[in-house]
Design a protein around this ligand. Structure first.
Ligand SMILES: [Zn+2]
Length: 91
């Protein structure tokens, strides 16, 4: 049985777009990973079975439905990570 948390895909898909709107935000791998993790911890997981044939149709529907929620969670995570980066500030 294969289950998949679709929110993971959605967060990773939107991450670069949202981060681009926050030029102050560090874009190193560590911060990106922290932002994605924090955002996912704030979002309710939505599981789908990856074996269903109509999976792409459903992904598109879910994408529209949860887009705003995901973008808000990423934006919030960016601010948290920006205030408390887990490494020395670059500049
Ligand atoms: Zn960083």
């Amino acid at each position: 049985m294969e289950l998949k948390n679709y929110m993971e895909d959605l967060v990773l898909e939107k991450l670069d777009d949202v981060m681009a709107q926050y030029p102050f935000c560090c874009t190193c791998d560590q911060c990106k990973r922290d932002i994605a993790t924090l955002a996912l911890n704030h979002l309710q997981p939505r599981y789908i079975s990856s074996h269903k044939g109509d999976v792409y149709t459903r992904l598109n529907e879910m994408s529209v439905q949860y887009e705003v929620e995901v973008i808000q969670a990423i934006a919030k995570a960016i601010e948290i990570v920006h205030k408390n980066p887990r490494h020395e500030k670059a500049d």
